[in-house]
Design a protein around this ligand. Structure first.
Ligand SMILES: Cc1cc2nc3c(=O)[nH]c(=O)nc-3n(C[C@H](O)[C@H](O)[C@H](O)COP(=O)(O)OP(=O)(O)OC[C@H]3O[C@@H](n4cnc5c(N)ncnc54)[C@H](O)[C@@H]3O)c2cc1C
Length: 377
């Protein structure tokens, strides 16, 4: 049985390791072959970018060699897929390699799409890549006061990042003694400050306590860099001195080019995780169109479910589990307090008051991620 995983991020790495351990016997006997194709020889811990942007992590802490994270027996190649020939059960790669499979898993992640809003890429800071997070940090260091506006597009990965960066900025300016010269204004596209109702209910008093103002129903339309204003589809115009954005995301362009899904989001069964119309093609991580949070934990729990199912298919010819929509997200509420949200398809999150203990748990997880990527946690 040939298992091909495309994408060596959180989802693809955890799944490959999970399968290599579950199917160690079959791998040794040559009955199973696991191939992982990715676009980079480095693996990035993306949540670290949040800390990089406010000077609390350094770039070297964010990376490991991808090969060093993988169990023996996994055939790993840095060779991005360019063509998915699903009906022929085959992909072709940038280098011209043709790889056939019996089971295909697509886990190519997502990307920011600031191009959808005129002026956004040119005039706003963001922190969703190493380069942009470093640029934002340098901009913050030279910022001496004024109106900071946070503008959010949906969908985007990491549901909590808009709130986290807002609270972390508050503490960053506090530490620099600038709070009396800085105002922070948070905007969000729907009729509350977060897509998850209970998270929104939790966040509003936190914002009010810290003097952070907010505006809902703010769907970015354009950024006018000369006048330093961001305008919304709803007709609002917000002036800024420093604009920070989390732009709307899309799936990877290669999927659009192959005619798969809309805007790169692949139509995925919410519990079985197969690509609609294909029994032997699965989708996990940010790339799915399942309306749940695009988060590393989602990728992790989906990979756990799929690992168990693929091993069962190899051994018994049928899957044994369904993905229940489980997500777990820490929420940093400043530089030294945090809470968390845990939820699934049936049960909404219920975040509690932030504590130092949860913050330190998150700080520890920032290191433990590498154990998690190996599928050991
Ligand atoms: C600032 C920030 C903070 C975050 N904080 C959190 C947090 O606190 N908690 C949380 O749970 N999540 C968080 N996330 C989200 C989390 O990082 C992502 O949801 C997670 O990485 C998704 O995993 P994935 O495997 O789907 O995609 P990724 O991890 O992005 O991996 C995609 C992989 O696909 C590869 N690839 C792309 N194109 C191809 C191709 N054509 N062929 C082969 N391979 C390809 C890439 O090289 C990459 O290895 C955060 C993200 C950011 C940016």
């Amino acid at each position: 049985m040939r298992i091909l995983i495309v994408g060596g991020g959180t989802a693809g790495t955890i799944l490959a390791n999970n399968l290599a351990r579950r199917l160690a016997h079959e791998l040794k006997e040559g009955k199973v072959h696991i191939t992982l194709l990715s676009a980079s020889d480095k693996h990035m811990y993306q949540p670290g970018l949040l800390y990089l942007a406010v000077g609390r992590m350094t770039p070297d802490e964010l990376y490991r060699d991808q090969a060093s994270l993988l169990e023996p027996g996994i055939h790993f190649h840095v060779d991005p897929v360019e063509h998915f020939k699903l009906d022929e059960k085959q992909v072709t790669t940038k280098s011209g390699r043709m790889v056939g499979y019996d089971i295909l898993v697509i886990a190519t992640g997502s990307r920011m799409y600031p191009e959808g809003i005129p002026g956004l890429a040119e005039h706003a800071e963001t922190f969703y890549t190493e380069a942009s997070a470093l640029k934002m940090f340098k901009r913050l260091q030279s910022f001496e006061g004024g109106k900071v506006v946070i503008a959010v597009g949906v969908p985007h990965k990491c549901p909590m990042a808009p709130l986290e960066i807002t609270f972390m900025l508050h503490d960053y300016f506090k530490d620099r003694g600038l709070l009396d010269k800085v105002s922070i204004h948070y905007t969000y596209p729907i009729n509350r400050v977060h897509s998850l109702e209970n998270v929104a209910k939790w966040a509003v008093p936190e914002m009010e306590r810290l003097g952070i103002t907010y505006e809902t129903f703010f769907n970015m339309k354009e950024v006018d860099g000369d006048k330093k204003v961001v305008r919304s589809e709803e007709g609002s115009e917000v002036p800024y001195d420093l604009l920070i954005t989390i732009p709307a995301h899309r799936g990877m362009e290669v999927l659009e080019k192959n005619g798969l899904g809309q805007n790169g989001w692949l139509p995925t069964h919410r519990t079985r995780l197969n690509l609609e119309g294909y029994d032997h093609v699965y989708v996990i991580g940010d790339t799915t169109n399942i309306p749940i949070s695009k988060a590393g934990s989602t990728a992790h729990f989906e990979a756990d479910t799929l690992g168990e199912n693929i091993a069962a298919i190899v051994r018994m010819g049928a899957p044994v589990r369904e993905y229940d929509g489980k997500v777990f997200c820490f929420i940093e509420a400043g530089k030294d307090r945090a809470t968390y949200a845990m939820f699934n398809y049936q049960t909404p999150p219920d975040p509690k008051s932030p504590t130092r203990a949860v913050h330190w748990f998150k700080v520890a997880y920032n290191k433990l991620y590498w154990v998690s990527a190996r599928g050991l946690l």
